[in-house]
Ligand binder design. Structure first.
Ligand code: PLP
Length: 451
């Protein structure tokens, strides 16, 4: 009955400390999810919501997808977990083989972990140690892009550059060089090519001066997610790759948010046909089921770590649950569904439909910009859509809008005043249309002054 249900809400306020959440906000707007089915989530009061952010950008085929549930159950009949430290397991091997097949051919090795941030930490440590292992002791620093986001652990925030999240921890971080992200929306030029060339020029200037001390650059794949859903102009990622080759630094692409179909390709690097030395994946890898992540590298990098133990080349990194059998089995089932349902081929059509539906948003008084790549979308709310003047951040317009969406039966999490729309890739046209209608109503009701 109702009493028992509300008990969970009360206990959530009493016992939990939620990630990336001001608990004072949570106490005012608590939410306890009890179950999920398809692209819907149901809370302990029986209210059902569209999962408009794919449970934080990772669900692919919906919740309780039978094939993934079955794969996990079948794996349970074998074993739930054993360590990957010095001991392989069958699902981890089978998944690694599949990942190598799914990613561009130059990536040949898979190093597992349990979250996107860890995959990034590992990428940074591998890049750092690679140079040391081949006798280049000066290349120890990283380049990252303004507004970039790569996770919340100390290494990952050291290559992060979102002021609101990162400034407070600055004394804790190692220093990285920042190159400007080619952010089109607030640039004085409306020409993406101008924005791109300016950003590449700034990066080149930095590398020309400092490449001898730089191990790698890390960038998100084609679109900065947490930084506000900003899409790189065409040719930018390719330009970064060329600079990496010219100045002999490693190229790390973080595909944690963009991998597994989110942007319309298996991986976002396919939009520009670039070949990173290191690539990180997580989120969509298990279809949003279990915590598996991976860092993929070239054979050249792998070989730099290969030798007699006493040569000191070993990569000293690992976690208790890495390569977990249940997670790897879920990931394999996830990828098999992608293949069987030809999901990647369908995303383009769905993305076109979403673009048509979102087009009318730009007529709203307080929508400044609509950005979309595949099914990764951001709608930026502004005080003045002609001057692009933002709302004061203390007004929390994005947050208020998403609370209004919640009332109307759809969940998402804003990025400041950018409303995130990241539906599960399996959403039907009808479901996409319904979610977009809820967003539009919520934006109008929240931003239009009435009465
Ligand atoms: N890298 C990118 C590009 C991300 O978007 C995220 C998460 O949003 C991460 C890394 C961190 O992943 P996780 O939350 O699994 O640690």
């Amino acid at each position: 009955g109702m009493v028992a249900m509300n008990e969970w809400v009360e206990k959530s306020k009493t016992y939990l400390w939620l990630p990336f959440t001001q608990m004072k906000d949570y106490e005012q707007h608590p939410l306890v999810i009890e179950s999920g089915e398809g692209i819907f989530l149901t809370d302990v009061n029986g209210k059902t919501y569209y999962d408009g952010y794919s449970s934080l950008w990772l669900n692919v085929h919906g919740h309780r997808k039978k094939e993934i549930d079955d794969a996990i159950r079948a794996q349970l009949e074998q074993i739930a977990h054993s360590t990957l430290l010095g001991a392989a397991n069958i699902p981890a091997i089978a998944l690694a083989e599949k990942l190598i097949e799914w990613t561009p051919s130059h990536l040949t090795r898979v190093f597992y972990s349990d979250s996107g941030a860890e995959a990034v930490e590992i990428a940074l440590k591998i890049a750092f140690q690679y140079w040391r292992n081949i006798g280049e002791h000066k290349k120890q620093k990283f380049v990252t892009l303004t507004n970039g986001y790569h996770g919340d652990t100390v290494g990952a925030i050291s290559v992060g550059a979102i002021d609101l999240f990162h400034t407070v921890y600055e004394p804790l971080m190692f220093t990285s060089y920042k190159a400007p992200f080619p952010l089109v929306y607030r640039h004085p030029s409306n020409d993406p090519n101008v924005v791109r060339d300016e950003a590449l020029h700034a990066l080149e200037t930095l590398l020309a001066e400092r490449h001898e001390e730089i191990a790698a650059i890390i960038v998100e794949g084609m679109i900065q997610g947490a930084g506000g859903m900003h899409i790189m102009p065409a040719g930018y990622l390719k330009g970064v790759e060329q600079l990496c080759r010219r100045y002999d630094i490693l190229f790390i692409v973080d595909e944690v948010a963009t991998g597994f179909g989110r942007t319309g390709k298996r991986f976002a690097i396919e939009h520009e046909d670039v070949k990173p030395d290191i690539m990180t994946v997580a989120k969509g890898i298990t279809g949003g089921y279990l915590p598996i992540a991976a860092t993929l590298t070239t054979e050249t990098i792998y070989e730099a770590f290969y030798g007699d133990y006493t040569e000191f080349k070993t990569f000293f990194h690992g976690h208790s649950y890495t390569g977990n059998q249940l997670g790897c089995a879920a990931a394999l089932a996830n990828i098999q569904i992608f293949e069987r349902e030809r999901l990647i081929e369908q995303i383009e059509q769905k993305a076109t439909f979403v673009a048509e539906q979102l087009a009318s948003f730009t007529e709203l008084n307080h929508v400044g910009d609509v950005r979309q790549l595949g099914l990764m979308c951001g709608i930026e709310l502004v005080r003045d859509r002609h001057t692009h003047e933002p709302y004061p951040w203390t007004e929390r317009m994005g947050y208020k809008t998403t609370l209004k969406m919640r009332e109307k039966g759809m969940l998402t999490r804003p990025l400041g005043d950018v409303i995130v729309f990241m539906p599960p890739l399996a959403s039907t046209f009808e479901q996409l249309e319904a979610m977009i209608a809820i967003m539009k109503e919520a934006i109008i009701e929240t931003t239009e002054k009435r009465g």
